[in-house]
Design a protein around this ligand. Sequence first.
Ligand SMILES: Cc1cc2nc3c(=O)[nH]c(=O)nc-3n(C[C@H](O)[C@H](O)[C@H](O)COP(=O)(O)O)c2cc1C
Length: 170
Amino acid sequence: MRSLVVYESSFGNTQRIANVVADGLAADGEVTLVSVDDELPPLAEFDLLVVGAPTHVHGLSSRLSRKGALDQQGRKGDGGIGVRGWLEALPLLGRPAVAVFDTRANKPELLVGSAAHGMARRLRRRGYRLAAEPESFFVAGTPGPLEDGELARAGEWAKTLASEVMSPAA
Ligand SMILES: Cc1cc2nc3c(=O)[nH]c(=O)nc-3n(C[C@H](O)[C@H](O)[C@H](O)COP(=O)(O)O)c2cc1C
């Protein structure tokens, strides 16, 4: 199985989850891990695409929210394309299978939103099959850190993804 893991991360928490997901998937094949700002290999080379992003203002980040996250850290830059822009540029392929996760506060989704649900909606609209329900991993505050146990949970999630892609449920 060939997997591509793409992440957006302002404070590093989503990147940490993406690292663990990539390590978990590596048990079942080749994995390429890239930031959404990196040059991406052609999608058609992969069996599974995993996309991770932080939840900003109840959904996917915007240019303004990414800039806000950088400002909070005293960092310069415009915050890049973000997963929102990246998804808009995705071909209407339907392949590879996809899975999405976000990082967010550990509160009801109705109150804090979820970038993963926004990604899932956009991907389905573009014809992609979701190999799993959107998943969230929790941070203790805006800069993090991740809550205890979330890295381990991400590793387990990666294993379930691999088995779902290699033998999809009917
Ligand atoms: C501008 C901004 C808006 C945010 N809005 C939300 C939100 O609506 N819901 C939520 O759960 N977390 C929100 N957060 C917290 C982020 O989810 C948290 O910073 C992120 O998960 C950390 O991921 P990262 O380290 O990969 O950037 C917000 C953070 C920023 C910077």
